[in-house]
Design a protein around this ligand. Structure first.
Ligand code: CTP
Length: 480
């Protein structure tokens, strides 16, 4: 359903803008910074605008806020993709001159400024009450494409022309930083209307041909915001897909788009849409997204929603890719990975995940898991990589009682057993006059297994055990 609204917004209220900045952890200095950049641009005879996704998000949430009056909820649920703000600026004039002026005039908060003379762009990083804020400054320009998929030819222009090179109308809205019209909305292609109508619309018929990665972006924005791709845009998207536009995109760029989708909250919904629009098949004929893929994707999303903070070292994208390709014939997997140019490391990891999956399945079916001692669980699972164990868990049908049992044991292994270490070390064994050698590893492993089963607790008990069983005769068959 489209947004119903009483008043069409013409500008972003300063108090709302400051609230949003506060949500990101910035104080009033951030607002002053934007004002200052607007003033410095004006002094140089230029105009500065905030553009891109940040403006789109601000407006979407401002409209929701006006409708719901439940600002905290909206902020928590929809803002803060990352904790650090990265904002795009478009300068009517010369962005590199503004970057130079910022460097001289706002010295105190500037962490770094990088200027790219050739593209007339700059990146400025500020530190505001201890938080970083990045601003990408671009000189307003137009880009023309010589052939599909190729890099564009660039010439400089005003804001109105600048937006014509963008992907969707909702991404063309700008916020002026000019002192006379601070935070007023510049909407040159009816983007605001499309936001109200919840429509995703390209700006010109060749948009998907010029840049086929927009096909993926269309799905991403449609599903993220609950918008619909308007009929003519959808027709042109389907046309571009069936005309083979995706085959001109490198595997690396496709993978970048897929990874962005995999970072969204419920990637299953996005992949269903990619399948429905024939995009997966266009990447590689063997690629598909069926009910089983959907089930595994959902398991992965709910797992990381709850456990994200415990697994910061783990990249969920690996599990989604493993879930997407699981069950396909090996030769098809090889072809898809080659098409996506996925890289040797991740390919190796996926192969390991699949071969370990079969071994873990054997363990699940052959052992009486419920009767295993903790130390046996440890010894059975220690040869597996954490990625393999977690993928196995995420692939399980938790409606099956046996699946629940092995899931519980694997999680106990990952979270507890694999972290248990003896309190004694090599130097303690040395001081007990045990000759250095492979026996050390064996002794420490023994101690670890006894600790896992709760039979050794303190360092004193560990030393006592070693003394009784491994000194003198140095027997390795001792009992506590
Ligand atoms: N853009 C485009 N075509 C692309 C990629 C980007 O026109 N293939 C434009 C869009 O106007 C977009 C802006 O460049 O708003 C910034 O791109 P990016 O940072 O990728 O997009 P965001 O809109 O900020 O997306 P997200 O919210 O996912 O970060």
């Amino acid at each position: 359903m489209a947004y119903t609204y009483k008043r069409r917004i013409e500008n972003i209220e300063i108090s709302f803008f400051t609230d949003v900045l506060k949500e990101y952890g910035y104080n009033i200095r951030a607002l002053d910074l934007f004002k200052k950049i607007g003033e410095l641009s004006k002094k140089s005879g230029f105009k500065a605008f905030i553009v891109g996704g940040f403006v789109r998000d601000l407006i979407i949430y401002d409209i929701k806020r006006q409708k719901n009056r439940n600002i905290n909820n909206i902020m928590n649920g929809l803002y803060k993709k990352d904790n650090v703000l990265d904002i795009d600026f478009s300068i009517e004039g010369d962005a590199t001159i503004i970057a130079g002026i910022i460097k001289n005039e706002i010295k105190k908060n500037v962490v770094s400024i990088k200027i790219h003379k050739r593209f007339k762009t700059a990146k400025a990083v500020f530190s505001l009450n201890g938080r970083l804020l990045t601003i990408d400054l671009a000189t307003a320009r137009i880009e023309t494409y010589t052939c599909p998929g190729a890099l564009p030819k660039v010439s400089f222009a005003d804001l109105r022309s600048d937006i014509s090179r963008r992907d969707f109308t909702i991404n063309t809205i700008a916020l002026s930083l000019d002192p006379g019209e601070f935070l007023s909305i510049k909407d040159h292609s009816c983007g605001l209307n499309d936001i109200y109508e919840k429509k995703l619309r390209i700006l010109h018929p060749l948009s998907f041909i010029d840049d086929p990665t927009r096909i993926f972006r269309a799905v991403r924005f449609e599903k993220r915001f609950g918008f619909t791709i308007e009929p003519e845009t959808k027709r042109l998207l389907l046309q571009a897909v069936s005309d083979g536009a995706i085959s001109s995109v490198s595997g690396k760029r496709i993978m970048t788009e897929l990874k962005l989708i995999l970072k969204e909250k419920k990637p299953a919904v996005y992949f269903e849409r990619l399948e429905e629009l024939g995009i997966l098949k266009a990447i590689s004929a063997e690629l598909r997204f069926d009910e089983e893929n959907k089930r595994v994707f959902k398991n992965i999303s709910s797992f990381f929603k709850i456990n994200k903070d415990f697994y910061l070292d783990i990249d969920p994208a690996v599990f989604y890719m493993a879930g997407l390709l699981f069950g396909l014939p090996v030769s098809n997997i090889g072809r898809i990975l080659k098409r996506l140019n996925i890289g040797e490391n991740i390919e190796k990891r996926l192969n390991l995940i699949y071969s370990d999956y079969n071994s873990l399945l054997l363990i699940k079916n052959s052992k009486n898991l419920q009767k295993m001692k903790k130390s046996e669980v440890y010894s059975t699972l220690k040869r597996f990589d954490k990625y393999s164990l977690l993928f196995f868990v995420l692939k399980l049908f938790l409606d099956n009682p046996e699946d629940r049992i092995i899931k519980r044991l694997i999680m106990i292994y990952i979270n507890k057993l694999s972290k248990i270490l003896p309190l004694i070390g090599g130097s303690d064994l040395k001081s007990l006059k045990i000759a250095e050698g492979p026996l050390y590893g064996e002794i420490l492993n023994r101690v670890k297994l006894l600790k896992i089963d709760g039979k050794l607790k303190t360092k004193k008990e560990e030393l006592f055990y070693v003394k009784n069983n491994f000194t003198g005769s140095a027997s390795v068959t001792g009992h506590i």
